[in-house]
Ligand binder design. Structure first.
Ligand code: PLP
Length: 379
């Protein structure tokens, strides 16, 4: 019996490691040395870290000095929010579709009031209430992600920045999902801080970065040594950082091809619509490789299991919430609570092919047909 190769379309959970990143990690493992040591091995390790810092900076158009390495997207978001709180913000505004890493950190931030910025039916942040939310004396931190992890919908960050700056607030942007999928220019976005994660762009898990502009004051989060210019103590994850840098360089190089996924994604979307399914956020600008679909009566977990049996790996909503089998908070925020239990996320990336998207569609349609036949039998 020949087994079919598995198809991985869950890049928004974790992208497969890029060969360049794998090589960089292995190379770093082969060389000893602590980047803080002054001898030759230490200097070589320092070079590895600083090369990666430059590569990660280039991915978002900043100089290396703006990049602080941390343990991942979650820590980058926490460092941004906690730094803003430590430097005197008195209120937080968080979009309704932020990842838990932002929403939960904001909720835990020294008991400060947190206002929720709503999204429209396409999943785009509605900025009309933002000036009112920022009115008054108290300095405010606004958190608006660049692209949503479940729908791929791109957010009006530059527009938000203009409003935030006019009110002398701060803007934090979670760019964990957008990085490597669309071009990012930190200055053009008008962000004060921006979070990145290596494993979403084909680097290793457990490493990320916070990019900070001149208006942001990044505070010390972990006490100990003076690593990362005193912002984050602890010997650097040299191999992980090296892999992150290599992945960032490869992702930047491959950006022109990333758009191809959009054609394949849209072809699958059409098949879903033809079969009576719904594509969430289809009227908005989206990451080219993310598809969030729903078909009433076809529970998210049942879809995931059926596709898994067919050798296709996708996820129900965000990876964190799929483990807990709960309805998608993002879909609910879009006013489609009726569809929230049925949402499925298909996300490709650097190694995905047109055939992957076609096979995924075949498997989804076959499962949807079976479910339909069963429902008709019961009725
Ligand atoms: N922000 C977004 C939008 C994400 O999708 C994720 C991961 O799913 C994170 C933050 C957390 O990143 P990490 O897994 O590197 O902590």
């Amino acid at each position: 019996m020949t087994s079919k190769p598995a198809i991985y379309l869950d890049y928004n959970a974790t992208a497969p490691i890029r060969p360049e990143a794998r090589e960089a990690v292995l190379r770093a493992f082969e060389q000893a040395g602590n980047p803080s040591s002054v001898h030759a091995a230490g200097r070589a390790a320092r070079d590895v870290v600083e090369t990666a810092r430059r590569q990660v900076g280039e991915l978002v158009g900043v100089v290396a000095g703006s990049v602080t390495f941390v343990s991942g997207g979650t820590e980058a978001n926490a460092l941004a929010i906690e730094s803003a709180v430590a430097s005197g913000v008195k209120r937080l505004v968080v979009s309704a579709i932020e990842h838990d890493a932002v929403a939960e950190t904001a909720a835990a931030a020294s008991g400060l009031p947190v206002a929720v910025l709503p999204v429209d039916t396409q999943g785009v942040a509605d900025l009309s209430s933002l000036p009112e939310m920022l009115a008054g004396e108290d300095r405010t931190l606004v958190c608006l992600m660049l692209a949503n992890n479940e729908t791929g919908v791109i957010q009006p960050v530059a527009e938000a920045s203009a409003i935030v700056r006019a009110a002398d607030g701060l803007l934090h942007v979670d760019a964990v999902q957008a990085a490597g999928k669309i071009a990012i220019d930190f200055s053009a976005l008008g962000a004060d801080t921006l979070a990145l994660s290596a494993h979403k762009i084909g680097g290793p898990q457990g490493v990320g970065a916070l990019v900070a502009g001149t208006r942001a004051n990044v505070v010390r989060r972990q006490h100990g040594g003076g690593q990362e210019r005193g912002r984050r103590a602890g010997t650097e994850n040299v191999a992980g950082i090296s892999g992150f840098g290599a992945a960032a360089a490869a992702a930047l190089r491959d950006l022109p091809q990333a758009a191809d996924q959009g054609i394949w994604r849209d072809a699958l979307a059409q098949r879903v619509r033809d079969a009576g399914g719904v594509v969430l956020g289809e009227g908005a600008g989206r990451l080219p490789q993310t598809l969030c679909l729903a078909a009433e009566g076809f529970a998210s977990q049942v879809q995931v299991m059926n596709l898994d049996l067919a050798g296709v790996m996708v996820s129900a909503g965000s990876a964190c919430s799929s483990g807990k089998v709960k309805a998608s908070r993002v879909v609910e925020a879009m006013g489609r609570s009726d569809l929230a239990p049925f949402a499925l996320r298909v996300s490709g990336g650097w190694a995905s092919t047109e055939a992957d998207w076609i096979v995924c569609g075949d498997a989804w349609l076959a499962a949807w047909k079976r479910i339909g036949a069963r429902r008709r039998e019961v009725a």
